[in-house]
Design a protein around this ligand. Sequence first.
Ligand code: GDP
Length: 219
Amino acid sequence: MTTPPGTPPSGGPSRSRATSRALQRASFLTSATRTADCPPDRGREVAFAGRSNAGKSSAMNALAQQGALARTSKTPGRTQLINFFAVDNDRRLVDLPGYGYAKVSSSIRERWQEGLEDYLEHREALTGLVLVMDIRHPLTDFDSMMLEWCMTRGLPAHCLLTKADKLSRGAAANALQAVRRQATRWPGTTAQTFSATAKTGLDEAWQKIGEWLDIAPQV
Ligand code: GDP
């Protein structure tokens, strides 16, 4: 089979379009605290992680073009859980619990960390991690820990530097360069700027997620 001239190897804009359509159909599937409670480990899934307040829920809602998709993860009782959203029978988005500002005891934090690490280490369906960071405070200790885990497992990570609308274009470009430079410590890590408010960076993110979920480009 020949590829039409000018088609980028990754599928280009047609894959980001197909992914945007697919994610519009995403819906809440289930919650889990341990790997044992997760849905069957088959198909493909892309997980989202981020320190509390980084903008993860807003980013997921913007990418799914659904105002309330990730609100599910914010309902009391669900904030310390891994939340699964079905895109279709074989594909899922996963909202991983964030921490940071919540004053939780160290034993809860340890349990949380164990559950998360277990999921990241062993989940075979997981094909990539989207790490959401506030562009003004990138690469916190939490972010470094996540990237470290990804590298250990050979899992690719994509840093979404969100709230880019809070910075001038030049400052946002500088922040992106700085993160890309630092991220060379974790091979397999890519980065982009994003804004859920201004709806910028969506195509680039859809493209990456579409590659990881193996969504066929739309002709
Ligand atoms: P989460 O805790 O990581 O899920 O963060 P949220 O998505 O709830 O966002 C935290 C705060 O940042 C909220 O007040 C959002 O309105 C705000 N926020 C999220 N994304 C953006 C963005 O792209 N631009 C701006 N200006 N604010 C944002």
